[in-house]
Design a protein around this ligand. Structure first.
Ligand code: MTE
Length: 331
């Protein structure tokens, strides 16, 4: 399967013998024929249901009609991870600590109505409902690797737009240096909050220039459809050159600050999870090596591991953000 990037004129080869990818494209074509464009389409959760029944219920993204408008930034040429794997092997501690729990438990997450506050050191603070946020800029499809700090990775076709599009609209003040991301913490919807493993709400942070980098994606969908709850519906962050935990799910606030914000994992284990958390095969986690990774879907536990790439393979785009910094110190 070939996908042409009309903007930049280069072609990405996707491995068409991977059924997941074929199914994904067929499903997308099918969904496009059904597209009504109704922004408020009911988003039925498919958690725990039979895959075929769920197929009919899963909602497409209203803004994604036909081919994505453009594809910017780095796209990987690797085959996408099977949809089933990407949506049933998750880290979303608010819905349980085991990888299989979010898909079973996240059906309780209510993703509409939903608002996101953009606040702090900005000229124009705003509270946007999810449909206004979705329509704020053209949706693009971007195939990014996601490398989890635990040593596994996936390749996912995300749908969204650069976070910079939103940040430009609210006009950061010159004093703004960092961005804090706050996610939903509602005991009534999230059984995992009973666990004291993290200091809720789950928060994350980026330096302002990282947040403004075009690769940093505000994602509303994956595989051409709205995000399943367990993947961070209705809106999440995807920062492809950093370990997966930086990609905060189910955002409720984006706050610009002048000080480096605390992050959930840094607060939980300061010596294990730094603020930057750039994918770096040369900096081991204190308890394990980060030199290799297991690609989910590739032959189970006995598959040959892949070498982890510096900045998860996005170094050409992002290395200059860290020029002159000691990345062993700022891990
Ligand atoms: N966001 C919230 N709110 N809660 C979480 O537990 N887990 C993080 C990140 N975002 C997490 C979160 C981790 S550790 C990873 S690896 C990615 O989400 C996993 O994203 P995925 O399930 O879509 O693969």
């Amino acid at each position: 399967m070939l996908i042409r990037n009309n903007n930049q004129g280069f072609v990405h080869s996707l491995n068409s013998e991977i059924t997941s990818q074929t199914q994904y494209l067929q499903r997308r074509a099918f969904m496009q024929t059904l597209a009504t464009g109704a922004a408020g389409a009911a988003l039925a959760s498919w958690a725990g249901r039979d895959a075929l029944a769920a197929e009919a219920e899963r909602a497409h993204l209203p803004a994604l009609k036909g081919q994505p408008s453009k594809v910017s930034g780095a796209m990987t040429v690797e085959a996408a991870t099977a949809y089933k794997d990407a949506t049933s092997y998750n880290n979303y501690y608010e819905f349980g600590l085991d990888k299989g729990e979010p898909v079973r438990n996240a059906g309780t997450l209510k993703t509409r109505p939903w608002t996101v506050r953009i606040e702090g050191l900005v000229q124009k603070p705003q509270t946007l409902d999810i449909d206004s946020l979705l329509k704020l800029s053209a949706q693009e499809e971007r195939i990014y690797r996601l490398r989890c700090v635990e040593g596994w990775s996936m390749v996912i076709p995300w749908v969204g737009y650069s976070l910079s599009e939103l940040l430009k609209k609210v006009q950061p003040l010159s004093s703004a240096k960092y961005v804090e991301f706050v996610t939903l913490a509602d005991k009534a919807q999230m059984p995992g909050l009973r666990s004291g493993v993290l200091d809720w709400p789950y928060t994350e942070g980026l330096r302002l220039d990282e947040a403004m980098h075009p690769l940093t994606l505000l994602a509303f969908g994956m595989y051409g459809e709205v995000l399943p709850n367990q993947n961070g519906a209705p809106v999440r962050l995807v920062v492809p050159w950093k370990y997966g935990f930086k990609s905060a799910k189910s955002l409720v606030a984006i706050r610009l600050t002048d000080k480096e914000p605390g992050t959930a994992w840094n607060k939980a284990a300061r010596n294990e999870y730094g603020f930057y958390s750039n994918v770096n095969p040369e900096v081991d986690h204190p308890r394990w090596s980060q030199a290799t990774e297991r690609r989910i879907g590739e032959g189970g536990l006995f598959a040959k591991k892949r070498k982890t790439l510096m900045f998860n393979g996005y170094g050409d785009q992002v290395a200059q953000l860290y020029a002159g910094m000691d990345l062993k110190k700022f891990y």
